[in-house]
Structures are given as structure tokens and as C-alpha cells.
Design a protein around this ligand. Structure first.
Ligand SMILES: Nc1nc2c(ncn2[C@@H]2O[C@H](COP(=O)(O)OP(=O)(O)OP(=O)(O)O)[C@@H](O)[C@H]2O)c(=O)[nH]1
Ligand SMILES: [Mg+2]
Length: 275
């Protein structure tokens, strides 16, 4: 449905200063997402946790995503829609719908689970065929905290770091402490992610010399500790900025709006509903 209209928006942030009457282009900017990023990957790799960490700076309990959900992030003057998707097989078909019109896709695996990396090429890469022609791709290994020796914990009552082997801590070790050797947890090496990124470029028939380098597009993150999470999203936002500017100049010309573009957005950083 396309309509011509201008209406008044009172932004909760500005209501103390002044009520604003915006013309169409400003109203469009205030509400309509400028660009779309999608996060894909097998179930349980931490897609939702990464979005919660970035949007809310928290690592809280999650339930397995049903269908998909979107978040609207205001980044400077730009509105970026972040689409979370379900990794479960039963929702696989929805992935290509969520990727439609995407300017960046985050392909996520679990560094402690080799199969989650393999699934990206076997099951998820083809879903990105509906993304924009100039879409960028990031390969993200999450749960890096599980392979970080400094995070090692022994199974004590209350927990005591493994490097205090002489039990300096006050806790009495259990009869047979189970030491988690974090490095042994790692199943995917960084080189494996780089190799996958290069195969993605070939799949997309992109010239590697003209594409963003692997070291810029491959990340290891932890939604639990927050490691590299802001860097991941902010790097991608910077990289899609040219697409935003291009699409804005194209949309300036169109005086109509499509009300279906306006999700249930009511404040600056708003979580969309499940779609
Ligand atoms: N240690 C650790 N656990 C994590 C991390 N990220 C997510 N988890 C845990 O992994 C489990 C799955 O996390 P989700 O964010 O729900 O995974 P998902 O990819 O959204 O899963 P689906 O919605 O089913 O596709 C939860 O128990 C999280 O607490 C991380 O960085 N480190
Ligand atoms: Mg999820």
C-alpha cells in the first residue's frame, strides 16, 4: 500500500525539547530502516546472544528462536535493521526471505563445534542468494571464551581458576576436580574460517582482490564476555555506509512511502517483534 502523507512524530528522546513536525523525507529517515543486516547460522551458535550483547550489553538466557526477529538500531543518523534468524532446520526455508535485500550477512558458527562451520556452507550460504548484489559477508566464530585458557575453570564447589593448581583459593577441591582444558575445546581454527570466507567469495563470483580482505571479515567473538562484539557490528555498519548513502539518494526521489516498511517502531533503539 503506497500513500502520500506527512504526520507529526514526537520522538521520546526529544519530547522535552520540542515537538517536531517532519516533512516526508525526515519522517522517512526517522522511521524507515536505511539498511538491513542478517545473522545466519546453525542453532545454538549464539546468534541471538550476540544481538542481545550488542543491543543491550547483556548476556542473558535465551530460548531457541522461532522464525525470526528484528531489532532496529539507530547508528548516528542511520537506522539499521538487524535480523535474527532461527538455526533450526524446520525454519530453514525462511532464511532466504530474511536475506532479501540484505546489505550484510553475518555467517555464524561455534568455535567449539566443527559441524556448525560446515553447516554454513552446506545449508546457509545458498540462502544468501536473495541478498543485495553488493552485500558483504562476515564469518564469525562465537563462544571464543570457551577456548580461552584464562577463562578455564575447575569443577570446584563455587569454582576456582585452574591456574591456581596449588589451590591457593579458599575452596576445598572436589575429590576429583574435572579440569576443562579450553584449548582442547576448540574445533575450528581461524584458518578454517578464512578458507570458508574465500570459498564464499568464489561462490558469489566475487574477485578476491576487489573484496574486503578475510582478516577484516573473519571475527572470533564471545557473546558471554562481549569480546569483539561491538567491533563486529560497528565494522559492518561502516562498511555498508556507501550502500546506505546510495539507497538514500535513490529514495529521496520517491515521494511515497510504503506503510509496510514501518515496523512497530516507537523509540530510538527498538526491538521488533517476532515475524
Ligand atoms: N560460553 C558461551 N555461551 C554462549 C555464547 N553465546 C551463546 N551462548 C549460549 O549458547 C546457547 C545458544 O545461544 P543462542 O543465542 O540462543 O543461539 P542461537 O544461535 O540464537 O540459536 P537458535 O535461535 O536456536 O538458532 C545459550 O545457552 C547461550 O547462553 C558465548 O559467546 N559463550
Ligand atoms: Mg536465536
Amino acid at each position: 500500500m503506497k500513500v502520500n502523507c506527512t504526520f507529526e512524530i514526537v520522538s521520546p528522546v526529544r519530547v522535552s525539547r520540542r515537538r517536531m513536525k517532519r516533512t516526508m523525507p525526515e519522517m522517512k529517515r526517522a522511521r524507515r530502516p536505511d539498511v538491513k543486516l542478517v545473522i545466519l547460522g546453525d542453532m545454538n551458535v549464539g546468534k541471538t546472544s550476540l544481538l542481545h550483547r550488542y543491543m543491550d550489553k547483556k548476556f542473558n538466557d535465551t530460548i531457541s528462536t522461532v522464525g525470526g526477529a528484528f531489532y532496529l538500531k539507530q547508528w548516528g543518523p542511520y537506522n539499521i535493521s538487524l535480523w535474527d534468524t532461527a538455526g533450526r532446520e524446520q525454519f530453514h526455508g525462511l532464511g532466504s526471505m530474511y536475506c532479501r535485500g540484505a546489505s550484510a550477512v553475518i555467517l555464524t558458527y561455534d568455535v567449539t563445534n566443527w559441524q556448525s562451520l560446515a553447516e554454513l556452507e552446506e545449508r546457509f550460504l545458498s540462502l544468501t542468494d536473495t541478498a543485495n548484489h553488493d552485500c558483504i559477508y562476515s564469518v564469525v566464530g562465537n563462544k571464543a571464551d570457551l577456548t580461552d585458557p584464562s577463562n578455564a575453570e575447575e569443577d570446584y564447589e563455587g569454582g576456582c581458576p585452574v591456574h591456581t593448581q596449588h589451590y591457593a583459593c579458599h575452596l576445598i577441591p572436589l575429590a576429583s576436580p574435572t579440569t576443562v582444558s579450553p584449548v582442547a575445546n576448540r574445533e575450528v581454527q581461524k584458518e578454517d574460517a578464512v578458507a570458508l570466507y574465500q570459498r564464499i567469495l568464489r561462490y558469489k563470483a566475487l574477485d578476491e582482490r576487489l573484496s574486503p580482505p578475510a582478516e577484516r571479515m573473519c571475527f572470533e567473538t564471545s557473546a558471554k564476555t562481549g569480546a569483539n562484539v561491538d567491533e563486529l557490528f560497528e565494522t559492518l555498519f561502516e562498511m555498508v555506509l556507501p550502500s546506505i548513502l546510495r539507497m538514500r539518494s535513490e529514495s529521496e526521489a520517491s515521494p511515497t512511502i510504503d506503510l509496510e516498511d514501518y515496523g512497530p517502531v516507537s523509540s530510538k533503539q527498538t526491538k521488533g517483534g517476532c515475524c
